[in-house]
Design a protein around this ligand. Sequence first.
Ligand code: BJW
Length: 252
Amino acid sequence: METATLPPRLLALLESGAPLAVLTGAGVSAESGLATFRGPQGMWEGLDPASLATPQAFQNDPLTVWRFYAWRRRQALAAEPNPAHVALAAWESAATGRFQLVTQNVDGLHERAGSRGAIRLHGTLWRLRCSVDAHEHDDFREELGPLPPRCTCGAPLRPAVVWFGEPLPTAAIESAERAAREAALVLVAGTSSTVYPAAALPRIARAAGAYVVEINPEATALTSEVDLHLRGAAGRLVPELARHAGVTSGSA
Ligand code: BJW
């Protein structure tokens, strides 16, 4: 569906500045040149995520996991925010009602586009954390010495991201669930909706009465449950929706 022919209920929600929550995933950074996880061009194609994105993988082979995340940081640093990131940041600044961005992404592109209040469900590439006591280190720099670098307690440092089998930061998931329950409109952009608990947020929102719109070039695990599936790229569709909400600045 083209956004020129959006359903009246969605147009009314956009135009009235109704409470909005936006959930983003790796697809939102695809147009910045960052690979998604799953699918034919995904970075996990042909790989077992359990060999890279679990605490066991880090315990078994910290150097391989460290190098994988060093590569991810280099990719993210070389990337620029795209029109979807820019439009969401402009939307946040212009919002008169509640606007809550919730992201599964760890690349920092939302923040670089200017988003200030994003809830990061899966942590960030740009902080490190002690693999034993989970204490976070904000003095992040790429290490030149032996890898992985060590915490002051002597334990190996790891990226401050959330791996499979690890709990999400409590405050982050609680705030995200609250935003989902309180939103009148939820946009779900660029996620396969296969990873929990993030994938449950649109369902929580819909059960609480929200109108849920999915933005994705493909059908996903969520598609059959949303009010509207907008088939296409986030870099085109998110700025278009923002314009319907009266947000023009920065939306390329
Ligand atoms: C475009 C586009 C364009 C392309 N525009 N779109 C309930 C049921 C079943 C299982 C579970 C459950 N609850 C928990 C689990 C287990 C597990 C889980 O969900 N497993 C499933 C895979 C089955 N979850 C967990 O383990 C979580 N922890 C947990 O629940 O803990 C409980 C606990 C409590 C107390 C004590 C201990 C534990 C943790 C999940 C952590 C996920 N981590 C990762 C890695 C982060 C670090 C890193 O980046 O390396 O997060 S996995 C990876 O998947 C990453 C992503 O954030 C996440 C989601 O991926 P995403 O964003 O959806 O990307 P893709 O690639 O899947 O999809 C991209 C989409 O974009 C596609 O649809 C494209 O079509 C689209 N696209 N171009 C718009 N231009």
